[in-house]
Write a protein that binds this ligand. Structure first.
Ligand code: NAD
Ligand code: MG
Length: 341
């Protein structure tokens, strides 16, 4: 078993002895900044000129300064900007203000793993990566819980970077749930693989293809929506709570037999070899290069694909059906609030 760290493994004094700058006030930024502040950490939020988040952060009692001032004042800078923006902000506002003995923190390893940010030698480089969206990092903390997180050290200039990362993880609530050691390589590669193959990419394509197959065969879109999308959450909740076998215990024997015999026909050897190819593209840097290029050239293809996804018939029937089940979207406003720019 891998080693997991809990409350008593971290020293809260370590992070309380630092001046922390959280750059960005989006999904992760607002959660880290508020949790750190409530854990007694000296924290300021660094935002660009004219940021619409300034007022929100100040109303929550946080000190807001410019990005370069935040980096200059702090001796620990947490980069919570979009991954595609970090390298340019690092070059213009962070690097000129990094001193020997400072620490540079990330919540995802992308920019270090793919060489977009190369910190100077005298600086600790570490990661505290919550395995959940920012609004849950905040909500679970206020409820006395936390979101499990990964910690990693890419550069240990002080010899104490791991203790610092653990202490930071504790201050955002993560040691209440469990903190696991990883490396920047493992975190980046597994995170990209997970979101491309299983969590986002594989899942959304599976749902759309199932919906299209049923609708194409003449069934009502409403039936197809309930079957292929709505019910998914109920099944995933069972897997989340009790594992795959626990979920299978709750479904009918007919469903379970269909699961056991048909699942491997859907996810066959061709799909598995595609998964391996996608992993190769992640590890070789081919995916990172493609995504960086897409951003530099104005995100045209990304916007086209996003628009096509939003125009899929499953979105229209889904919106109509969910409007009749307002209880489902009760938490929605909170998600939007938490991820504003
Ligand atoms: P986000 O998009 O929600 O927020 C980014 C923030 O940066 C916003 O305040 C935005 O206004 C600001 N910003 C955008 N461009 C900027 C620029 N050019 N200069 C200055 N500020 C700019 O981002 P996020 O989802 O919180 O991601 C932050 C980091 O956390 C990323 O490294 C991401 O991989 C990681 N992470 C995110 C999640 C998640 O659930 N969202 C989970 C784990 C790790
Ligand atoms: Mg992820």
């Amino acid at each position: 078993m891998a080693k997991l760290y809990y409350e008593s493994d971290a020293d809260p004094g370590v992070i309380r002895g630092r001046k922390v700058a959280v750059l960005g006030y989006g999904s992760q930024g607002h959660a880290h900044a508020l949790n750190l502040a409530e854990s007694g950490v000296d924290v300021r939020v660094g935002l660009r000129e004219g940021s619409s988040s300034k007022q929100k952060a100040e109303e929550s009692g946080l000190q807001v300064v410019s990005l370069p001032d935040a980096a200059a004042e702090a001796d620990l800078v947490m980069m919570l900007l979009p991954d595609t923006e970090q390298a340019s902000v690092y070059r213009s506002d962070v690097a000129p203000n990094l001193k020997e003995g400072d620490a540079l923190f990330f919540a995802h390893g992308f920019n270090i793993r793919f060489g977009q940010i190369v910190p100077p030698p005298g600086v600790d480089v570490a990661m505290v990566a919550p395995k959940g969206p920012g609004h849950l990092v905040r909500r679970t903390y206020t409820e006395g819980g936390g979101v499990p997180s990964l910690v990693a050290v890419a550069q240990d200039a002080s010899g104490k970077a791991h203790d610092l990362a653990l202490s930071y993880a504790q201050a955002i609530g993560a040691t209440r749930a469990g903190v696991l050691d990883t490396t920047f390589e493992e975190e980046t590669e597994t995170d990209l693989f997970g979101e491309q193959v299983v969590l986002c990419g594989g899942l959304t394509s599976l749902v759309q293809a199932g919906f299209e197959t049923l609708v194409g065969a003449g069934y009502q879109p409403e039936s197809a929506y309930f079957e292929c999308l709505h019910e998914l959450k109920l099944i995933v909740d069972l897997m989340y709570e009790q594992g795959i076998s626990g979920m299978r215990y709750s479904i009918s024997d007919t469903a379970e037999y269909g699961d056991l015999t048909r699942g491997p026909q859907v996810i066959d050897d061709r799909v598995r070899s595609t998964m391996a190819k996608i992993l190769d593209d992640i590890r070789s840097g081919a995916f990172a290069e493609e995504w960086i290029t897409e951003n530099r050239s104005g995100r045209k293809r990304f916007e086209e694909l996003r628009a096509a996804g939003a125009a899929h018939p499953i979105e229209k029937v889904g919106a109509e059906l969910r409007a009749m089940m307002p209880f489902i979207s009760a938490g929605k406003q909170r998600v939007q609030d938490a991820s504003g720019g």
